[in-house]
Design a protein around this ligand. Structure first.
Ligand code: GTS
Length: 218
């Protein structure tokens, strides 16, 4: 399998964390797509992913799969023990809901803020910007941080009692928040404490260097 991504990107981080959690490092190769140069908007890449976003998983049979949630679901199902996306219908539903909420209320909102209300990836890539929309999404993300803080005040992980894809999505959001210098409010103590605990997971700690450690494709 091959992952087309950008090593330090918040969305690529989601799939890198999933790969490490599932111990799939030796089965994956990485190929860097230069976001800063807009390589993800060129025809060659759009043929792999219509949406022009990273990451993309390329299977050995030539199939291209985009969207972090879809890729994580695929990787998680490979060993028949879907710990990240849910083993029971209840787990599956709750994890999907919380991961989607983490996208809507946090990660995607920060992404819109980055692309619309900051220089983003630079003038060659950001051909349309709407700063007002960007700032609204920044405020939405700050509200989202308070929401996830409230969730984590009453349970250890974002979707309940165990680590899941929903935690990974919130981690992606907080990686992006740091990149755009949008700090988690000090009063969000539970979110801060949970994030500090997440940093101790090898999958989170080693995600950027993963490309150097990965083995050959099978
Ligand atoms: N919904 C997509 C997913 O979940 O995979 C979003 C992916 C996404 O936005 N990826 C970012 C991207 O391609 C990568 S990164 O910013 O996290 O590195 N952004 C470039 C762009 O122009 O939108």
């Amino acid at each position: 399998m091959k992952i087309h991504d950008w090593p330090t990107g918040p969305y690529p981080a989601r799939v890198r964390i999933a790969i490490a959690e599932k111990n799939l490092q030796s089965r994956v190769q990485f190929e860097t797509v230069n976001l800063r140069k807009g390589a993800h908007k060129k025809a060659a890449f759009l043929a792999k992913n219509y949406s022009g976003t990273l990451p993309v998983l390329e299977l050995d049979d030539g199939t291209f799969m985009a969207e972090c949630t879809a890729i994580t679901e695929y990787l998680d199902a490979l060993d028949g023990v879907p710990t990240l996306t849910g083993r029971t219908p209840r787990e599956k539903g709750l994890i999907h809901m919380m991961s989607k909420r983490a996208e809507l209320e946090l990660l995607d909102a920060i992404s819109v803020y980055f692309h619309h209300a900051t220089p983003g990836l630079g003038p060659d890539v950001e051909i349309y910007q709407n700063a007002e929309w960007g700032f609204r999404q920044r405020d939405k993300a700050l509200k989202g941080m308070h929401y996830f803080n409230a969730i984590l005040e009453s349970q250890p992980f974002v979707a309940g009692e165990t680590f899941s894809m929903a935690d990974i999505t919130v981690i992606g959001g907080l990686i992006f928040a740091k990149l755009v210098e949008l700090p988690v409010p000090a009063e969000c103590g539970a979110l801060h404490a949970w994030y500090a605990k997440m940093q101790e997971r090898p999958s989170v700690k080693n995600r950027v260097t993963m490309s150097e450690l990965s083995g050959t494709s099978d």
